[in-house]
Design a protein around this ligand. Structure first.
Ligand code: HEC
Length: 154
C-alpha cells in the first residue's frame, strides 16, 4: 500500500510539473534553445568577420576554431527546434515568422545552403586571409537570406 501511495504521489508530482510547464509562454524551451544556437553562430561569424574586415589580425588557429564551431553548429539536429506554430504570434519572445513553415519558403533548402557555406568556411578559414575572405560572402549571405524569409521585419 505504501508503495502504491508513493507511486500516486510521484504521478501527481509529474502531472503537477506538466501543469506548470503549460503555464509558461508556449514553446519557451524551443525558442530559447534555437536563439542560443543562433547567438553562438553570430559569435563565431563575428570573429571571422572581424578578420575579414581587418578589424582583427588574421590568425589561422583562431579562424579555424571559429569556423569549426560554426560548422559544428550547422550540423546540430534541429528537429525539435522549430515546432509548427512557434512563431511570433504565439510567443513574442521569438522573431520567427509563420512564413517559416510555408513549403514555398523552403526553410530546409536555406538551411542546406548555410550548412554548405559553413563547411566551405571550415575548409578555407585556416588556409589564409584571402581564402577566409572568399568564403565569407556566401556564408554571410546564407544567414541573411534565411533571416529575410523567415523572420518578422524589425
Ligand atoms: C535556415 C534559416 C536560418 C539560418 C541559415 C540562420 N538563421 Fe539565424 N535565425 C533564424 C530564425 C528563424 C531566427 C529567429 C529565431 C527565434 O527568435 O526564435 C534567427 C535568429 C537569429 C538571431 C537572433 C537570436 C535571438 O536571440 O533572438 C541571430 C543573432 C542569428 N539568427 C544569427 C545567425 C547567423 C550569424 C547565421 C549564419 C552564420 C544564421 N543566423 C543562420 C533562421 C536562420
Amino acid at each position: 500500500m505504501k508503495k502504491l501511495f508513493a507511486g500516486l504521489t510521484l504521478a501527481a508530482m509529474v502531472m503537477g510539473g506538466a501543469g506548470l510547464a503549460q503555464d509558461k509562454p508556449p514553446f519557451a524551451m524551443e525558442i530559447k534553445a534555437r536563439q542560443g544556437i543562433m547567438a553562438y553562430r553570430a559569435l563565431n561569424l563575428g570573429r571571422l568577420g572581424a578578420m575579414a574586415k581587418g578589424e582583427a589580425e588574421y590568425n589561422a588557429e583562431a579562424a579555424q576554431a571559429a569556423a569549426d564551431a560554426l560548422a559544428a553548429s550547422a550540423q546540430l539536429d534541429e528537429s525539435l527546434l522549430w515546432p509548427e506554430g512557434s512563431d511570433h504570434s504565439a510567443n513574442p519572445a521569438t522573431t520567427a515568422d509563420a512564413k517559416l513553415w510555408d513549403i514555398e519558403t523552403d526553410y530546409d533548402g536555406k538551411h542546406t545552403e548555410f550548412v554548405n557555406a559553413a563547411l566551405a568556411m571550415q575548409q578555407a578559414a585556416g588556409q589564409g586571409l584571402d581564402q577566409l575572405k572568399a568564403a565569407m560572402g556566401p556564408l554571410g549571405a546564407s544567414c541573411g537570406s534565411c533571416h529575410k524569409a523567415t523572420r518578422i521585419p524589425n
